[in-house]
Design a protein around this ligand. Structure first.
Ligand code: SER
Length: 319
């Protein structure tokens, strides 16, 4: 078993919870250090080390780095799109200063940090980005503060790679859907809530309108992509901003129809709120050919396969 230590910052979020579980399976429980501003109740965090860390606290971050000397850092702490719109100033601070702290630590001579992961998002795109077949390179004019921090972050990680040789890997995640952990503060969160509502109440009121097609990815595929891009040899990472990544694309009525194949009485209604404008500024279908070409990305789940798996697993929670 390797003794290489891995630090996950923002480990109690939707992605972090599942990533810590996967990393502990690969690297051993005691080698993956979970950290977040506060510990969640999830069982995952009972299985190995946990450190309380506000990534804006540079001193505390240094102490944790000294204590564990991690070789890899996954930096996931951020405000997502909907929450960031409620407090744009703090979103800028957390998302950017947090990233700076991680990049500055990684560039230190003798830091021992060999590789960093940082997620970007479809939010880095904007209204002038082609919505269908969204290319890796093209107009980028994000209109949300979350998107502004993601696009700026992409330029920053590329700069730190070119200027200081920091080996940082990154993906533009679509909406992430899973049953093991809750999403928080995103515009794509309805696509998780809809499964819970379908099983619990038989109906769902959607905060996005009919016809709002967005790119989405099932969590097992998101974990696969994340680990693949982190484990790929450096020469395969031919692009040092964030890779476009696609799984599936659907509108609320299409996920509803997929659920109805299992629960024919399920119904959906629409009550769009402020998140509709955010969704309208994002792409519908992403072209991820660069990720496929460079490091062999290929997703496994389509909408119906995901629905079957989600319903099967969420049923356990309620029945
Ligand atoms: N799922 C994210 C959000 O909705 C997109 O990166 O904010």
């Amino acid at each position: 078993m390797s003794t290489e230590k891995i630090l996950v910052i923002g480990s109690c979020g939707q992605l972090g919870t599942e990533l810590v579980e996967s990393l502990r399976e690969i690297y051993g429980e005691s080698n993956v250090i979970a950290s977040d501003i506060r510990k969640s109740d999830s069982e995952v965090f009972q299985s190995g080390p946990f450190e309380t860390l506000d990534i804006l606290d540079a001193q505390r971050f240094k102490e944790i780095l000294m204590k564990y000397k991690p070789k890899q850092v996954y930096h996931l702490a951020a405000l997502l799109s909907a929450t960031a719109e409620k407090n744009p100033e703090f979103a800028w601070k957390l998302n950017m200063d947090g990233l700076f702290h991680v990049l500055d630590a990684a560039k230190e001579e003798g830091s021992g940090i060999g590789r960093v992961y940082w997620p970007s998002s479809i939010a880095a795109f904007g209204p002038n980005t082609p919505r269908f077949g969204t290319p890796q390179y093209g107009p980028m004019d994000p209109t949300t503060m979350y998107g502004v921090t993601k696009y700026t972050g992409e330029l920053l990680i590329q700069y730190y790679h070119n200027r200081y040789g920091v080996d940082i890997r990154s993906l533009r995640y679509p909406g992430l859907i899973g049953y093991k952990s809750e999403p928080g503060g995103g515009t794509t969160d309805y696509a998780v809530a809809i499964y819970h509502d379908a099983l619990r109440d038989g109906k769902h009121e959607c905060f996005l309108g009919e016809g709002t097609t967005l790119p989405m990815l099932y969590m097992p595929d998101a974990l696969k992509a994340t680990l693949e891009v982190m484990h790929a040899p450096s020469e395969k990472i031919g692009m040092r901003m964030s890779y476009n990544l696609a799984g599936m694309s659907f509108a609320p009525e299409e996920i509803a129809a997929s659920i109805q194949k299992h629960l024919p009485n399920f119904s959906i209604s629409y009550n769009p709120d402020y998140r509709q404008a955010i969704a309208n500024s994002w792409p519908a279908v992403i072209d991820d050919s660069l990720a496929r070409d460079h490091w062999g990305w290929s997703p496994e789940y389509d909408l119906d396969a995901m629905t079957t798996d989600m319903l099967l697993n969420i049923k356990e929670i309620y029945f």
